[in-house]
Ligand binder design. Structure first.
Ligand code: SF4
Length: 318
């Protein structure tokens, strides 16, 4: 498969006080292939949304390199940022907060096209109508305001806005977690449909492993800013190797009550350590049931342990 985006040793730090650094994303190396959906999972605060914003070009990386179609992207340069913004778009988690309440739906969808000088005014409006239909709304909705819509409809507007400038890559940042369960599958199906039609590449960020499995070709598991496991969706569910991924999967309920009773849940114990000035060693060491002495001092590196299956854990060295 052809690479679209490559991250090489990318980190994102935030200074939060004197000699205090919050390491939100730590030394991630990862490729995203054209046309795939890469699911990114982990508990809240694991850095998945920050990674999404780095890949999207909203935050500049503190360290490391990102390439898009083989070309280095440096979003600190205005020209690169502007060019990249035409290719990469984001769908936000909260459809209530992400739409300007004072703008009509038509203006919200057309805004990106105006910024990028795409089409004349008439053609832009035609495109707004087309996009509203693509996402299951209609032309008449263009003159209304966001508060007149339900949560699911607002997320459809957010999707239409992301599609407006004809991007190649879309970060879906927990796009369904603020929605009712009954609406979630409609939005997922819509995202899948438009991907099949347009060949988009998605990074799909979620904490719900069931949803990620359904939509993703590959899954990246993050813990405390680190990438701890990466494999195809089937592989990661059939051969879960990292103790953290095993605990995350064990927490997913199985619809069959007999199997659910038999599985013997491994509840994650202990607290997630602070991402501020993190200690050396494995980030999962204080919660891992298989912790060894070396885990407390040496950071495990991500290694390929089966074809296409990468794990960062000292157990893989044994
Ligand atoms: Fe557990 Fe050690 Fe593996 Fe970390 S490196 S997940 S502490 S066994």
């Amino acid at each position: 498969m052809e690479k679209l985006i490559s991250l090489e040793n990318v980190s994102k730090h935030f200074h939060v006080g004197k000699n205090r650094t919050l390491v939100a994303v730590n030394d991630i190396t990862l490729d995203i292939y054209k046309g795939e959906t890469l699911g990114v999972v982990g508990e809240s605060g694991c850095g998945k949304s920050t990674l999404g914003r780095v890949v999207m070009g909203i935050y500049p990386a503190t360290k490391g390199k990102m390439t898009y179609n083989g070309k280095v992207v440096n979003i600190k340069k205005t020209k690169d940022r502007y060019e990249y913004a035409k290719k990469a778009q984001i769908i936000f988690q909260d459809p209530y907060a992400s739409l300007n309440p004072r703008m009509t739906v038509g203006s919200i969808i057309a805004e990106g096209m105006e910024i990028h000088n795409m089409y004349d005014k008439k053609k832009r409006m035609e495109r707004v109508y087309e996009l509203l239909e693509t996402v299951g709304l209609n032309k008449e909705h263009a003159n209304r305001f966001p508060h007149e819509f339900s949560g699911g409809q607002r997320q459809r507007i957010g999707i239409a806005r992301a599609l407006a400038i004809e991007p190649e890559f879309i970060v879906c940042d927990e796009p369904i977690s603020a929605l009712d369960v009954s609406i979630q599958s409609q939005i997922i199906n819509l995202l899948k449909e438009i991907q099949e039609k347009n060949g988009f590449t998605y990074m799909f960020i979620a904490h719900d492993l069931n949803i990620v499995k359904y939509i993703s070709d590959r899954i990246a598991v993050m813990y405390l800013g680190n990438l701890v496991e990466l494999a195809s969706s089937d592989e990661i569910y059939e051969h879960t190797l990292h103790p953290y991924s095993q605990a995350l999967l064990a927490a997913v309920p199985i619809p069959d009550p007999d199997k659910e009773a038999q599985k013997g849940i491994k509840v994650l114990e202990g607290d997630v350590p602070s991402p501020i000035n993190p200690k050396p060693g494995c980030p999962f060491a204080n919660r891992c049931s298989k912790v060894m002495d070396c885990c407390r001092t040496e950071s495990p590196k991500l290694k390929e342990v089966r074809p296409g299956h990468f794990v960062a854990c000292h157990l893989m060295d044994q």
